[in-house]
Structures are given as C-alpha cells and as structure tokens.
Design a protein around this ligand. Structure first.
Ligand code: IPD
Ligand code: CA
Ligand code: CA
Length: 277
C-alpha cells in the first residue's frame, strides 16, 4: 500500500490501466446484448447494467492496491476514507447512450487526484476506447500517450483553416444554453461534431483529431482524465472566461492556437452569427 507524498505514479498508472482495460473487456463482452436500461435524471440519461459492472470492477482493482484511497464514481458516488489525500475519479462507461444503441463511441475514464485543503491536483488520467483498442494516458508533467506512443494536439491555427470541433449537450432538455453557442460556430461554417462521449472527445483533441471541444454541464468524472490528457499533449483547457478550471462544469479544450478565437466566438454567442452575414 502507498500513501502520502510517496505515491509511486508508475504503479498508480499501472493500476489505472489495468482497471480501464478490465472495464473495457466487460464493455466488449456485453456489447450488442439486450441491456437492462433505465433512465436517471431524464428520459435520455441512461444507465445499463454494464455501467455498474464496470464501476464495481474498477473499484475492486483500485482497492486491492490502494485500500485507503477515496473513489468517486458516477454510479456509486464517493466511497472510502472521508477526506483521503488521494481520490480516484471514475466514469465506468462514458457514452452510455451510444453504448446502449450499439454506436461505437464510448470509453472508460479513470483519473487520480491529490487533495490538499480545498484544492486538488490531477496526477494521472487514463481513457480506454475498447472498440478501437486505443488507450490514452497521461501523468502530470510527463506528456500524453496513446498506446504507449507520445501524442500531441494539432497545429490547426484558426477556426477557418478549417478546424474540426466537437461538443456535447446535457441531459436536461431545459438546459438549452449550448444551442446558441453551437449555432454561432455552424453559422460561420466551422465543422462541429457531437460524438457523445466527453472523455473521448477530449482525447481526440489531445491526439489532434479534433482541434477543439467545448461542453457546458459536465461532471467531474466526464473530464477528470481527459482534461489532463489534453494539457499533457500540449493543449489548453479553460472555462468560457479563459480561466484554468478543468474541474468545473464548463470546459473549453483546444490545441491552444485557436483557443482565444474559439472563446471569443463562444462568448459572443449569437452576435457572431449576425456579424457574419
Ligand atoms: C455523457 C457523455 C456525453 C456528454 C454528457 C455526459 P455518460 O456521459 O459524455 O457525451 O455530452 O454531458 O454526461 O452519461 O454517457 O457517462
Ligand atoms: Ca460521462
Ligand atoms: Ca457514465
């Protein structure tokens, strides 16, 4: 067992990778079967039995090495020692709606953070796309990898190069804040995708497939690993005000080069559409 500042990040990364691969194995074992599906916060906020199976497997593997660490998982909430210095942040199946429909864009996301006072520092993140066998990982200060090879953000300089962007939407149909932001970019003619798995969207920014991504209303488990992976790949992650708040519900991630331009469009909202006509 490891505790305090002596945490061995190489071992912690190994545990995270093992847990992510086990969850990915479960996802692939059950994919395409009839799932037990129920809705959570709204009719479109789905959870399947696979979400729970994956989270249980991840918790079990983490606890074998780190019984004193806290684990915050989407399905079971925070468990373990209250106020523990180290906390794992887990989305056992990111992209559940896709998964339940057999649309192959989903993943598992696992991050480890160190808490001190009211602050937290991300130490590592792992995102595993079992469909494609792509494992994204990053350790603070050590760069980002995909399947062990270094990755970096794109060199696309402006939105009109053109950039390829992605976004996502909250399950709450009453929260329509993002529609105006999306309209602004579409009105400019910028290609925007909505793939449906926030952690993987972030990793696609990290490896240069997307030049930027934004979403409002995320939970910590959606972005904890992916935001660190983007930063370690040389990208930038802020809120809409350009502040460094990768923990927050509003995330704007990019290759850094077009970040200011993207923020300007997103914060100008529908005004941009008018000026472009
Ligand atoms: C969702 C996905 C989706 C995003 C939502 C998330 P879940 O996570 O990441 O892309 O737009 O905001 O809640 O529910 O599939 O784990
Ligand atoms: Ca999620
Ligand atoms: Ca999830």
């Amino acid at each position: 067992m490891t505790s305090g500042s002596s945490l061995d990040l190489t071992l912690a990364l190994r545990v995270a990778v093992q847990a992510a691969q086990e969850a990915g194995r479960i996802q692939q074992e059950y994919v395409g079967r009839a799932h037990t599906i129920r809705s959570k916060s709204s009719f479109s906020d789905l959870v399947t039995e696979v979400d729970g199976l994956c989270e249980a497997a991840i918790r079990d593997l983490i606890a074998r090495t780190y019984p004193l660490h806290a684990v915050l998982g989407e399905e079971e909430g925070e468990q373990g020692q209250a106020g523990a210095e180290f906390r794992w942040v887990v989305d056992p199946l990111d992209g559940t709606v896709n998964y339940a429909h057999g649309f192959p864009f989903y993943c598992v996301s696992i991050a480890l953070e160190r808490r001190s006072g009211g602050d937290s520092e991300r130490l590592l993140g792992v995102v595993y796309d079992a469909t494609r066998g792509e494992l994204f990982s990053a350790v603070q200060g050590q760069g980002a990898l995909m399947n062990g090879q270094p990755i970096s953000v794109s060199g696309t300089p402006t939105l009109r190069t053109p950039a390829l962007l992605s976004t996502g939407f909250p399950y709450d149909p009453g929260d329509s804040r993002n529609l105006g932001l999306l309209a602004s970019l579409l009105a400019m003619g910028v290609p925007v995708r909505r793939p449906g798995a926030a952690a993987l969207d972030l990793c696609y920014v990290a490896c240069g497939r997307f030049d930027g991504y934004w979403e409002l209303g995320l939970k910590p488990w959606d972005s904890a690993a992916g935001a660190l992976i983007v930063q370690q790949a040389g990208g930038r992650v802020t809120d809409l005000a350009g502040e460094h708040r990768p923990d927050g519900p509003v995330i704007v991630a990019s290759n850094g080069l077009l970040h200011a331009e993207l923020l300007a469009v997103l914060t100008a909202g529908n005004a941009v559409e008018r000026t472009e006509r």
